[in-house]
Design a protein around this ligand. Structure first.
Ligand code: ADP
Ligand code: MG
Length: 251
């Protein structure tokens, strides 16, 4: 398998503290990878480093065979890597439709995007994304009126509008009801038919629903890697989670 993204010996430091201490990771084209690990393990930092939100101190990140380590974030986005942050990054006072329009490639600024005539291509693209995220009925609704879960879907939609090759999702089901979480799992599986997807997740039900390959991060390093079953039977993983009720890998 040729890898779409290849992370080698990645190190990220904050004031001398190694948040990532030599992480290696390969993601194949249209591969779905799930990352779990206790709070503070370095999961978000790993995604931050990939999109240059946190500077890489050592190591290398290659994407489509080219080095992208510490490139400016806008260049990384332009290369086709879309990142969803832990808290939805959406415009509350705009409608779902307007949020998606803003995210489309070639849109320049809120007002230019909203008041310029929509090309047929843009309209179709937004229609498709609305269907994917299950918000067709809410297209004209202000994002402020949506549930927390629906806001997360809007943000995923904004990433999809940019046609990424690689989608990075940081705890996409945070604050969701079990039904919303399950629907998000289905959405992630659908997305992984067309895109490579990396999902950071703490909800083991969702991990079991979607996961093919699971990576466990702990103290800035990869602790284990394998199927959900491999992970659930891994002694070291059980030890790390022992007494931590927020994640029960044996559930
Ligand atoms: P996770 O997402 O696995 O819960 P993070 O990647 O957010 O963990 O954090 C890993 C470690 O790095 C934590 O100890 C956290 O406090 C620290 N850290 C993360 N971001 C920063 C930052 N911008 N400045 C200082 N320390 C940070
Ligand atoms: Mg995090």
């Amino acid at each position: 398998m040729t890898s779409l993204l290849s992370v080698q010996n990645l190190q990220v430091e904050f004031y001398g503290f190694k948040a990532l201490n030599g992480v290696n990771l390969d993601i194949g084209d249209r591969e779905l990878v799930t990352i779990i690990g206790p709070n503070g393990a370095g999961k978000s930092t790993l995604l931050d480093a990939i999109v240059s939100k946190s500077p890489v101190a050592n190591g290398q990140i290659n994407y489509q065979g080219k080095e992208i380590t510490n490139l400016p974030p806008y260049q990384i986005a332009r290369l086709g890597i879309g990142r969803k942050f832990q808290n939805p990054n959406v415009y509350d006072e705009l409608t779902v439709f307007e949020n998606l329009l803003l995210a489309l490639k070639g849109s320049n600024g809120v007002f230019a995007s909203i008041f310029s005539r929509l090309t047929k291509w843009k309209r179709q693209k937004i229609t498709t994304v609305l269907e994917q995220i299950g918000l067709t009925e809410s297209a004209g609704t202000k994002v402020a009126a949506l549930s927390h879960g629906q806001k997360q879907w809007v943000e995923i939609g904004m990433i999809l509008a940019q046609d990424p090759k690689l989608i990075l999702l940081d705890e996409p089901t945070a604050g969701m009801t079990p039904e919303e979480t399950h629907a998000t799992g289905e959405l992630i599986q659908l997305l992984s038919e067309v895109h490579a997807v990396v999902v950071i997740e703490h909800d083991m039900e969702l991990v079991k629903q979607i996961a093919k390959r699971v990576i466990v991060l702990h103290q800035g390093q990869t602790l284990a890697e394998g199927s959900v079953q491999d992970i659930q039977n891994n002694e070291q993983v059980l030890e790390v989670y022992l007494g931590r009720e927020q994640i029960d890998v044996t559930a």
